[in-house]
Ligand binder design. Structure first.
Ligand SMILES: NC(=O)c1ccc[n+]([C@@H]2O[C@H](COP(=O)([O-])OP(=O)(O)OC[C@H]3O[C@@H](n4cnc5c(N)ncnc54)[C@H](O)[C@@H]3O)[C@@H](O)[C@H]2O)c1
Length: 361
């Protein structure tokens, strides 16, 4: 199968286009902003200030590469003004409270930011006169998790045990409601708005400094020569390098723009079935790639509930979009650890190098 996530294709879709990204100061949003910038798009970001110091965010939030608005997604008036003034061709909506364990501390806020925040974005889209394609980023955790060895596909039931997963399942329902009520495909010629939701697996890569995520936890411990504490070594996840789902979102956005009635809907993006790994297997590959380090099992029977077994079926993205993962599990982890091995001053250039390398695979 021909690999469609390549420079020529993506440039055709995005060069000279206006792209509004919510969550541009976050891990995935920063990579996406830089990638779109490389493709020749005019990018405007809207998000809270970055929670962590990172070489990746600096040229983004300083506004030296493109317009950056620092504000809350729940401030609908401000959001409306910024979207209206920009008149985007595309919106990638990533802004969210994305952490499962934090969602137990701030459940109501997690629902507000994730579900109501998405309704705010879509309401603003409804006020645009021009055509607009909207890509709403949810997660693999939107599925009702049966803790069985099955691959979830886009037709499976939505659910969510913890507040984060449930808030993202709510986000899916918000998307579906707006699509039916305001952006119905039957009237696409009138409103010219199309929406998709995208459900990626556990994303890893350079530039993530979040709390309670495995790669940032590993890096923090390794840099301090400490033993890595692991809560759920046997949990299985669909790990993927950040460039994999982002490539999928970009490809889908372009196809949606050209053929909205064919591509509207929900899509999973994840690794090939053999590359779903336990936390323990990921950790061992990460330590091998780093060259040193050790870990210990700190699981506790009373710890907060997190899904133990989660696998994604990516057949729809493969068949309908001709999207394919380009990196296997080992390369995914090597690309990630290689990023953190760079000196801080080289990380920005290295990010661009990895983007270009990925497009040429
Ligand atoms: N990282 C993963 O493994 C993963 C997997 C599946 C889905 N996702 C989804 O991808 C998206 C991006 O995740 P990430 O890993 O980059 O997270 P991140 O925490 O690094 O970034 C989150 C972004 O959202 C912004 N944000 C948070 N609350 C906001 C608010 N109230 N108003 C405005 N902006 C706000 C932050 O400022 C930041 O820019 C999220 O929607 C997340 O749910 C992430």
């Amino acid at each position: 199968m021909e690999k469609l996530v390549n420079q020529t294709n993506l440039k055709n879709y995005y060069s000279g286009k206006k792209v509004f990204i919510t969550g541009h100061t976050g891990f995935k949003g920063a990579w996406l902003s830089l990638w779109l910038n490389q493709l020749g798009a005019t990018v405007k970001g809207y998000a809270l200030a970055p929670a962590y110091e990172s070489a990746l965010f600096q040229p983004i939030v300083s506004g030296s590469m493109f317009e950056s608005v620092i504000d809350d997604i729940r401030n609908k008036e401000k959001l409306q003004t910024e979207i209206h003034n920009f008149q985007p061709d595309y919106i990638f909506h990533l802004a969210a409270q994305p952490l499962v364990r934090r969602s137990y501390k701030i459940p109501a806020e997690t629902f507000e930011v994730n579900a109501i925040g998405t309704a705010n974005v879509l309401e603003c889209v409804g006020h645009l006169q021009n055509p607009c394609n909207v890509i709403v980023i949810t997660t693999d955790k939107v599925y009702e998790n049966k803790e069985q060895d099955i691959l979830y596909n886009e037709e499976d039931n939505l659910g969510g045990y913890d507040p984060y997963s449930a808030s993202k399942a709510c986000t899916e329902i918000v998307v579906s409601s707006f699509r039916n009520s305001f952006f119905n495909l039957n009237k696409i010629n009138e409103h010219q708005k199309s929406i998709v939701s995208v459900r990626a697996g556990n994303v890893i890569g350079g530039g993530d400094f979040s709390e309670d995520r495995i790669i940032p936890d590993i890096i923090r411990a390794l840099q301090k020569n400490e033993t890595i504490e692991v809560r759920s070594p046997n949990a299985v996840r669909p790990w993927q390098h950040v460039l994999e789902p982002l490539g999928g979102y970009l490809l889908l956005g372009g196809l949606l723009n050209d053929h909205p009635s064919i591509y509207s809907g929900a899509y999973n993006f994840g690794p090939n079935p053999n590359d779903h790994l336990t936390v323990k297997a990921l950790l061992e590959l990460a330590l091998k790639s780093w060259g040193s380090g050790n870990w210990k099992d700190t699981s506790d029977p009373n710890q907060l509930h997190e899904a133990n077994l989660l696998k994604l079926d990516i057949t729809k993205a493969k068949e309908k979009l001709q999207w394919l993962p380009k990196l296997n599990a080992t390369s995914t982890i090597n690309w990630t650890m290689d990023w953190y091995k760079q000196n801080t001053s080289d990380q920005f250039a290295y990010t661009l190098e990895q983007i270009n390398q990925y497009m040429n695979l």
